[in-house]
Design a protein around this ligand. Structure first.
Ligand code: 13P
Length: 265
């Protein structure tokens, strides 16, 4: 089963509009003439989305820009209305957003997002035909207590409650062990592959083998140019969700280059 890998930059609360414009100009220049067998996605902060859309889709952008998709880092689970500080899915659509990261561990741990909230956001994203990048992952304490599979299963079944098979085919899962996020400690490729295979086995229980085999599962957590190839060589790893190393155009590109060499070979 061939799944097109997806490399997504999650800039978190970094790179405002001006920095976004210079990143994209530099990144497109580096892409010049090159194509990679992968989807490339950038998720900037909300305020940088208009500048990202304008720089990618403006008249000055070349053909390379077509290979880059725009993601949001979050969305509201509500329809337009009195929700101060929130951003709804229709607004994201207006800004050419195609993907939305939902349930990132920082949203879960710092902002209290539960599986039920995450489930509501996934449903709302699909109503607007946005593709969720649905994040799951265990803490170090949970892993050490032997709870890896229980935690992942709970997050998957809770987050995907009543999500139809056709919507799952438009959903990407990002497995991000919390202990590997921003720490410089990457999961070994064996640890990552084991977790991804487990996630796919739960998807098989929920949606059947044929659908599960089509769903892309990204790895996230201290992905760097020098570990991308080894991680992407694993059979159940279909790309990466990258934080720190996606803030520099060259290092984001190097991850894509190194990661796709393996996939393509
Ligand atoms: P780092 O790549 O900085 O570890 O962040 C991973 C992440 O959380 C991506 O969503």
């Amino acid at each position: 089963m061939s799944r097109k890998p997806i490399f997504a930059a999650n800039w978190k609360m970094n790179l405002g509009p001006a920095a976004t414009e210079s990143f994209v100009r530099s990144f497109l220049e580096k892409l010049q003439g090159q194509t990679y067998p992968a989807e490339i996605v950038i998720a900037p902060p909300f305020v940088s989305l208009p500048k990202l859309a304008e720089t990618l889709h403006g008249s000055a952008a070349g053909k390379e820009a077509e290979s880059v998709q725009i993601a949001a880092q979050n969305c509201s689970d509500k329809d337009p209305g009195a929700f101060t500080g929130e951003v709804n899915v229709l607004m994201l659509r207006e800004l050419y957003v195609r993907y939305v990261i939902i349930g990132h561990s920082e949203r879960r741990s710092i902002y209290g997002e539960t599986d039920a909230i995450i489930n509501a956001k996934i449903k709302k994203a699909r109503e607007a035909n946005l593709k969720p990048i649905f994040c799951i992952g265990e803490t170090l304490a949970e892993r050490e207590a032997g709870q890896l599979e229980t935690v992942l299963r709970t997050q998957i079944t809770g987050g995907l409650q009543d999500i139809a098979e056709k919507d799952m085919l438009e959903t990407v899962i990002a497995y991000e062990p919390v202990w590997a996020i921003g720490t410089g400690v990457t999961a070994t490729s064996a640890q990552a592959q084991d977790a991804h295979a487990f996630v796919r086995s739960v998807l098989t229980e929920l949606y059947g083998a044929e659908t599960a085999a089509k769903i892309r599962i990204q790895y996230g957590g201290s992905v760097k140019p020098n570990n991308a190839a080894e991680l992407m060589a694993c059979p159940d790893i279909d790309g990466a969700l990258i934080g720190g190393a996606s803030l520099e155009p060259q290092s984001f590109l190097d991850i894509i280059v190194n990661g796709t060499k393996v996939q393509g070979s």
